[in-house]
Design a protein around this ligand. Structure first.
Ligand SMILES: [Zn+2]
Ligand SMILES: [Zn+2]
Length: 342
């Protein structure tokens, strides 16, 4: 529609260009809403590479029940890589650094955290960050890529099974991470993240075999990759499912986000998800003294050695973690004071 507004004799023509842009933006919104709709999950539209890889890792993890597969070194690698890929890679790197810009990193630290994120098997940094920003913008409304209002399993896992076209991924990037797409390091990890994933499996197998024979090699592969990735996947997926379902609220946000202690433990602080939705760009996710946030410890450590800077470590003036009454906590009222996403 092209029209004119006349106020006190001043005529303001809405230009064709603005109208076109508005219409284009509306069409893009509708496309993205459709791309992430649960109705997309049907047999003819399954991403068999992602689904097959997730199945392979979960089946591989079952091999841990074979007693001869166990080794103490394998268990130690499992724990160390869980922390490295989950806390360093996903929680710090993909989430607080890329998606929310809660801190800045020097180049060496940036490379290490992007590498850690790539080794997690949760996809490329850019697609992860863009999808997460969309989650914050639409959380628990139509267009949220993984809300439990569309089903608990959908939010936890099955939203990942849908095949999404390259052109839709490009649209998601254009709309949600325009500042990241031209960065050389992002381009590098976009091209190479699957290689890092397979290389770590080969390295674990080869190093274990050289260390103690082929059974040790298999043990390192099963525990260091399959068991670790299975635990790490569910640790982070619980943030999308469980912390939008169960727990308490410090803030009256417009979504269903909750703080859930056991997710905070397995996901290195990300379980304080209501705090995070209320203040997405604040680096610490624990807002009360007992809300332990291991990823925040890591950020403080990086700041101390000069690898992290401009860390957003304060709540906006006048805000603190106030309890909200239970009846209000269940309401989905729009909070006038909650920060905007990303
Ligand atoms: Zn959320
Ligand atoms: Zn977030």
């Amino acid at each position: 529609m092209s029209g004119s507004i006349t106020t006190l004799g001043i005529s303001l023509e809405l230009s064709e260009e603005i109208e076109q842009k508005r219409a284009q933006r509306q069409a893009e919104n509708e496309t993205l809403q459709e791309v992430f709709a649960p109705a997309q999950l049907r047999w003819g539209n399954v991403d068999w590479i992602v689904t097959g890889f997730l199945a392979f890792i979960h089946i591989g993890a079952l091999a841990a029940f074979i007693p001869s597969m166990f080794s103490w070194e394998g268990l130690a690698i499992c724990v160390a890589l869980h922390w490295f890929t989950c806390s360093v890679g996903i929680c710090l790197g993909y989430h607080r650094y890329l998606a929310h810009k809660s801190l800045k990193l020097k180049k060496p630290a940036e490379f290490v955290v992007m590498l850690a994120g790539s080794l997690s098997g949760e996809g490329s940094p850019m697609t992860w960050a863009a999808t997460h920003r969309l989650h914050h913008q639409k959380s628990d409304q139509d267009g949220d890529p993984h809300s439990p209002t569309d089903g608990t399993w959908w939010s936890h896992l099955t939203w990942l099974f849908v095949k999404r076209k390259g052109e839709n991924r490009d649209l998601l990037w254009k709309r949600y991470i325009p500042e990241l797409v031209e960065r050389p390091m992002m381009k590098f990890f976009e091209k190479t993240f699957p290689l890092w994933l397979w290389a770590q499996g080969l390295v674990l197998l080869a190093a274990g075999t050289m260390y103690g024979g082929w059974m040790t090699g298999l043990s390192w592969l099963v525990w260091g990759m399959c068991v670790r990735m299975t635990f790490a996947y569910h640790s982070t997926w619980f943030v999308n499912s469980a912390t939008h379902l169960w727990g308490y609220r410090n803030y009256d946000t417009r979504d269903h986000s909750r703080n859930l202690w056991w997710v905070a433990l397995v996901a290195y602080g990300e379980g304080w998800h209501n705090n995070h939705h209320a203040h997405p760009s604040v680096a610490p996710a624990g807002h009360r003294w007992w809300e332990v946030d291991m990823t925040w410890w890591l950020i403080r450590g990086l700041r101390m050695i000069g690898q992290a800077y401009d860390v957003k470590d304060k709540l906006p003036k006048g805000r603190k973690a106030d309890d909200v009454p239970a009846e209000e906590a269940d309401a989905v009222a729009v909070s006038a004071t909650a920060d905007t996403a990303a």
